[in-house]
Design a protein around this ligand. Sequence first.
Ligand code: SAM
Length: 283
Amino acid sequence: VAAAILVDDPADPRLGDYIGLTDAALRHRLETTDGVFIAEGDLAIRALVASPFPVRSVLVTAARHRALIDVLEPLGSPVYVGEPELLRAVVGFDLHRGAVAAAGRLPLAPAAELVSGARLVLVVEAVNDHENLGALFRNAAAFGVEAVLLSPTCADPLYRRSVRVSLGHVLGVPFTRLPDWPAGLGALRAGGFTVVALSPRLPARSVDTLGPLAAADGGLVLMVGAEGPGLSAGALAQADHRVRVEMAPGVDSLNVATAAAVALHRAARLGVAGPATAAPARS
Ligand SMILES: C[S@@+](CC[C@H](N)C(=O)[O-])C[C@H]1O[C@@H](n2cnc3c(N)ncnc32)[C@H](O)[C@@H]1O
């Protein structure tokens, strides 16, 4: 059991993992060279402690320390406690949540290993908005997705805003990159998966047609694209089927995480996978 360490100097080198959290260029440098990422807020910190990712340290106000005491006390990593002003000076903005943790990244598993035995997989192409990515992971956890595969140009799901918006679920749903893009989708099909592209446009068929697809022997892969361009022609060409969530006339499309939620909910109801039971316990 590690005792909490009181800190009052924003230049304390032990707080180096937390500096300049809003400085994207600085964070990119730090996070790629040191392999560190940041989880912010009680839910994400609880999810982190329950995940395989190694916790490097935690920085909290006294109030958040009390609220998180059940997970912080048994933690073998340093827990730094400071005034809200100290946290603000270190991270560079008003950290309302009063709690951040720094953790180490883990090597990504090969896609084939991650999807082995899975019934429901989510593939994400080129989504570079961290909040959409976080929302996709939250939905993936909610509807029992067993693996998320990201195209090479997808944003970093462990970026702070993505971890926060996912409510920490990005730390619980296994993910990896599919480097061979889009040809790697063919390998999934060869492995018995039915690959279904979500597309708002014709000739995509109604999402109601997921029923017979979900009943197929292998697992189901649902694939979504980015705001703006949507799925690339190459990715669409690799799909066995295209389905759309019908919308009122004049509406171009749904937000990517919303569209994924509708289709994943449908797939989960069809028994492809069950809603996950492991969720962060409380807010
Ligand atoms: C904002 S949409 C992209 C819109 C883009 N103009 C297009 O035509 O695909 C982002 C992603 O969300 C999914 N999506 C959005 N609305 C959808 C709908 N109504 N039905 C199925 N998928 C949808 C698709 O995977 C799409 O690539």
